[in-house]
Design a protein around this ligand. Structure first.
Ligand code: BGC
Ligand code: ZN
Length: 355
């Protein structure tokens, strides 16, 4: 069968014929896989924790949608069911045994297509039912490839809801209508964050350093999400008019952390998701603000099975209404491996169609 392979930590990408290794569980046929920044970093040899499962090649792909070909002895799934496989697989620590490998305590986990486990960019694979999440609503089959990046957002909602009980953060009418959330980054993850938090009643401001391209502008308009172009107006000026109550970063640049800590309101909540590793252009004095302003800063990576299920539910309820299809800006054949290194104009999420 066809598979897309890389050689970590060196990177590179190629399509090759590999054998289907028989494993315990269900036999699945891949329908679609998405590619994201993590895949690109692996291919460019920039993700230092990328590693193979066996030998010196890794099957890429952690964002997938698949169909059950053979359900084995599963009671939960049958042939023809559509499923999303989970990325991270547990080790033996306490959190992993609770199904919260996203909060793994000792790092003894593997991640499909990223570290220590072959991924889903191949025609078929085997998986255990425990790591599969069913998509009951087949009408969202075209969008459900967004489940994996969206599960990261659902974990952020969980974190956000814990934090906002620290100090009540709702408005005096019990809603969050008067509260502003700044979301840094307008790639897939940034836009999914903006969409999900918008449905919680917040005023969402998507932030980037340049004007939005047409696809992004249209998506934001449909969903009544505001845009701040920091090449035209600074964060500090904008946040004087629209208080930065909450901030979520999907970029990972130190300068954004600086902007957040300098401009966020007292008792603010900020969630850091981005990992681009862009280093600071300034000193670290701004960190003092976090203390003086009681700011909660929470790092967030990955998500648990419950968040995959919530993501599927969200896509089923809001996917069409919020035009999530606009985020899928290109559908490609597995052979078109140039998509890992080229950046298309207006690209948001690229998807590979397997069958
Ligand atoms: C995935 C996460 C994963 C992280 C780090 C992200 O692209 O969505 O599930 O934990 O990469 O490997
Ligand atoms: Zn990803």
């Amino acid at each position: 069968m066809k598979a897309i392979l890389t050689t970590p930590p060196k990177g590179g990408v190629k399509i090759a014929e590999i054998k289907l290794r028989e494993e315990k569980g269900l036999r699945l046929r891949t329908l679609r896989t998405g590619i994201c920044g993590t895949d690109k970093e692996i291919v460019e040899g920039r993700l230092n924790f990328a590693r193979t499962e066996t030998g010196n090649e890794l099957v890429l792909g952690h964002e997938a949608l698949a169909i059950v070909e053979d359900s084995g002895d599963s009671n939960e799934f049958k042939k023809g069911d559509i499923v999303v496989p989970m990325v991270r697989r547990p080790g033996n620590c306490r959190m992993c045994r609770l199904g919260r490998q996203d909060y793994c305590e000792d790092g003894d986990f593997v991640e499909a297509g990223i570290r220590g486990k072959d991924g889903f960019m191949r025609e078929e694979f085997y998986d255990k039912e425990k790591f599969l999440v069913k998509v009951n609503d087949k009408s969202i089959a075209d969008l459900a490839v967004l489940t994996e990046p969206m599960k990261n957002v659902m974990k952020m909602v969980e974190i956000f809801n814990f934090q906002r009980n620290r100090i009540p953060t709702y408005c005096d009418d019990s809603t969050m209508n008067c509260k502003n959330l700044y979301v840094f980054g307008t790639g897939t993850e940034g836009l999914l964050i903006s969409a999900v938090f918008k449905t919680m009643g917040l005023n969402v401001i998507a932030v980037n350093r340049h004007p939005p391209d047409d696809t992004v502008a249209k998506f934001l308009e449909i969903n009544d999400i505001n845009y701040l172009d920091t090449s035209k107006e600074s964060i500090s000026s904008h946040s004087k008019k629209y208080k930065m109550d909450f901030a979520i970063d999907a970029v990972g640049s130190m300068d954004i952390m600086r902007d957040i800590s300098l401009n966020i309101s007292n008792n603010g909540i900020s969630i850091l998701f981005g990992t681009s590793g862009q280093m600071p252009s300034s000193n670290y004095e701004f960190l003092g603000n976090l203390v003086d302003k009681n700011i909660a800063v929470i790092g967030s990576v990955d998500g648990a099975k419950v968040h995959y299920a919530e993501a599927i539910e969200f896509i089923s309820n809001y996917g069409r209404k919020m035009s999530l299809d606009r985020l899928i800006t290109g559908i490609y054949k597995p052979e078109e491996t140039g998509i890992f290194t080229n950046k298309e104009k207006g690209e948001i999420k690229k998807v590979i169609q397997w069958s």
